[in-house]
Design a protein around this ligand. Sequence first.
Ligand SMILES: Nc1ncnc2c1ncn2[C@@H]1O[C@H](COP(=O)(O)OP(=O)(O)O)[C@@H](O)[C@H]1O
Ligand SMILES: [Mg+2]
Length: 265
Amino acid sequence: MSLAERRNAPQIAPDAAVTAAGVTVAYGTRVIQRGLDFTVHKGDIFIIMGGSGCGKSSLLRVLMGLVPPAQGTVYYGNRDFWGGDSAERDAVMRRTGVMFQSGALWSSRTLAENVALPLEYYTDLSPASIRDIARFKLAQVGLAGFEDFYPSEISGGMKKRAGLARALALDPEIVYFDEPSAGLDPVSAARLDELLLQLRDTLGMTVIVVTHELASIFAIANNSVFLDAKTKTMTARGDPHDLLRHGPEEVVEFLTRGKGRGSAS
Ligand SMILES: Nc1ncnc2c1ncn2[C@@H]1O[C@H](COP(=O)(O)OP(=O)(O)O)[C@@H](O)[C@H]1O
Ligand SMILES: [Mg+2]
């Protein structure tokens, strides 16, 4: 790092998992969000909040390293993600897992075969070891005994959990979720929340979630960022429980479904 770079480098917290420093998310010349500065600490369950279309999924793709920020820097630990070469980026991405909205399972593969995919792709493990790991990961999400089922044979909640098992296949340090409880009934959604808390507590994982499910936010989050669609920047960050009491008006509106600060306590 040159002296000039060192002078411009932000303070990275010692326990930082992912840090956004002056990040702009854009498509071509169209800016979606700018001026994003926040730290996801190791072991956080961090929520990206905001109204629909404000850029939550776009930010997630930038944090995950699928798309570079139009401006600013994303740090993994204290390393500039895009400052490294592609081999370094691959190594970082191998330590992250992701679950997209539907769970995105391959319909022609059994649950065990779905979980096995990243292991087949990224490791030299024997088929027998891969099969063992897949069984273990499915058990971790409460799907022991369902190894040979096809996605069409199980419920929506189970599909999400199978998607989670696949995200966990390579023992990631960081897991990303885009609206994990979308389309789930409240009981299945609560079960998924409990699972995330349990995985964070037992495996020490860092979890980054896009959601606007208020019940989920208050059940699992200890940190967050709020993306404002109007001003195209973050207007709050921190523990949503604190934001409910001390946050700016639009965040309180969001967290109380428009009922305002007086409605919740
Ligand atoms: N691939 C893309 N190319 C151009 N614009 C996009 C693309 N993906 C999303 N957008 C636009 O970026 C904005 C934010 O989208 P998105 O990140 O999906 O919001 P959210 O997840 O908060 O609902 C929207 O206006 C959307 O139309
Ligand atoms: Mg989205």
